[in-house]
Ligand binder design. Structure first.
Ligand SMILES: [Zn+2]
Length: 426
């Protein structure tokens, strides 16, 4: 079973992106690895129970996920429609585009008194360009400028990449970006000899501000395990023992758990996945017809990474691409061909708090990467079961730490096009 999980930062958080002393940036979210480590450390402090420790952290029956910024409860954020924690926070896919000058979702732009010209997803256009063997340049040209109406004309600025995190409300017209707020803290070094300020040592740390919410999910093998972990998590939060990231001895890293928000989530079923797949495919075919692009495959579906994903080939070499061969080998899903990708890769580092040792660095395909597949097999029940399996179980290594979360035919790719409608700020 799956549960949503929301925490609030009670003090600034610093989760370093690099071990290099020259880097001072923090992650803009709470990685699942860090969350798992924090809970494991807290368990050692308050429960002297090896069996329970094994059940929670080593058995593979509890999986953690990244917690993404969910700042929709802030006083200065008028977007109250997006406060519902039933709705996930996700990385904005790599294929999102927004006006270069006034970027952002149009939703509530008026009430926020901000000029935001809208967001669209370019995956379908890039996909069509790819299947046309990169000959139909007009597909891209027709969708590269901001059409936001300004003074009886259009804005006409180029569309640029648009990244971060977002939440979609009940309806597609309700969609907003959620950004983690950060600041720089300047700290003095402490002399190891005297325990007082070390002269000449002054350093900066970027931190995530206190008072922010972070949203994620956790999965449990069964209800009993969920209830047991729930009790433990609440106790940890009540005792102020959930501490995360770096500089803990300097008062950073305190988290509290929003107990009311730690509850079961109803998962998507195969039917809703099937509807999404068909909806994307229909839009893809309709646009292909509109731009006179011949489609070599019957069905098209994208896989979008909701967290960094670590996959290796049979010889344990890190892969930076999710391709048809991998889907075939790992999920027995034959006849899928990768036709377009918008992907990045990232070095993943980590610290094993339990053993006090650094974790081996690995290569991951970055969250928000998108892979578009063409499918020529029979789109029968087995096909949809395979896709459902991919989505529910995730892909690749270290899934218990939140890696490898993916979504098939994410509605973002066919729903989000604020330039298509002529609506101004809704
Ligand atoms: Zn514009």
């Amino acid at each position: 079973m799956k549960a949503k999980f929301v925490v609030s930062s009670d003090s600034p958080l610093n989760i370093r992106v690099s071990r290099s002393t020259a880097r001072f940036e923090t992650y803009r979210y709470i990685p699942g690895t860090t969350l798992l480590g924090a809970f494991a450390a807290a368990h050692r402090k308050i429960r002297n129970d090896t069996d329970e420790f094994t059940r929670f952290f080593l058995s593979g029956e509890v999986s953690f996920s990244n917690l993404y910024p969910a700042n929709f409860r802030d006083d200065d954020f008028s977007n109250t429609d997006l406060q519902d924690d039933e709705q996930p926070i996700k990385p904005i896919p790599n294929t999102a585009r927004s006006c270069k000058r006034f970027s952002g979702f149009r939703f509530k732009a008026d009430s926020d008194k901000k000029e935001r010209h809208g967001v669209m997803d370019s995956l379908i256009y890039w996909g069509l360009f790819a299947v046309s063997h990169q000959t139909k340049v007009e597909v891209l040209n027709a969708n590269m400028k901001c059409t936001y109406p300004v003074e009886q004309a259009e804005c006409c600025e180029l569309l640029d990449t648009f990244s971060g995190f977002y939440r979609r409300g009940e309806s597609i017209t309700e969609i907003g970006k959620s950004e983690a707020k950060t600041r720089l803290l300047t700290r003095t070094g402490i002399s190891r000899e005297t325990g007082t300020v070390q002269e000449g040592i002054l350093y900066n740390r970027e931190v995530l501000n206190e008072g922010q919410q972070f949203w994620g999910t956790m999965s449990f093998a069964d209800e009993v395990l969920f209830n047991d972990f729930h009790d433990f998590a609440v106790e940890t939060g009540d005792k102020g023992l959930l501490r995360i990231g770096n500089n803990l001895t300097r008062g950073l890293g305190k988290l509290s758990i929003l107990e009311d928000e730690f509850e079961e989530l109803v998962p998507d079923d195969v039917m809703s996945l099937r509807q999404r797949v068909l909806a994307f495919n229909e839009k893809f075919h309709a646009q292909a017809k509109a731009y006179c692009v011949d489609l070599p495959h019957q069905l098209y579906f994208p896989i979008t990474l909701e967290s960094d994903t670590i996959i290796c080939d049979t010889q344990l070499r890190y892969q930076t691409v999710l391709n048809g061969e991998y889907l075939h080998q790992s999920f027995n899903l034959a006849d899928a061909t990768l036709i377009y990708q918008s992907a990045n890769k990232r070095r993943v580092i980590g610290w094993n708090a339990l053993f006090g040792l650094p974790k081996a660095a690995e290569w991951a395909i970055s969250m928000a990467s998108v892979f578009l597949f063409g499918y020529d097999g029979d789109a029968n029940d087995n096909f949809y079961e395979s896709l459902y399996n991919i989505e529910q179980n995730g892909i690749g290594r270290r899934k218990l730490e939140g890696f490898g979360r993916v979504i098939v035919s994410d509605a973002f790719h066919w729903e989000v096009n604020e330039y298509e409608s002529k609506d101004e700020n809704s």
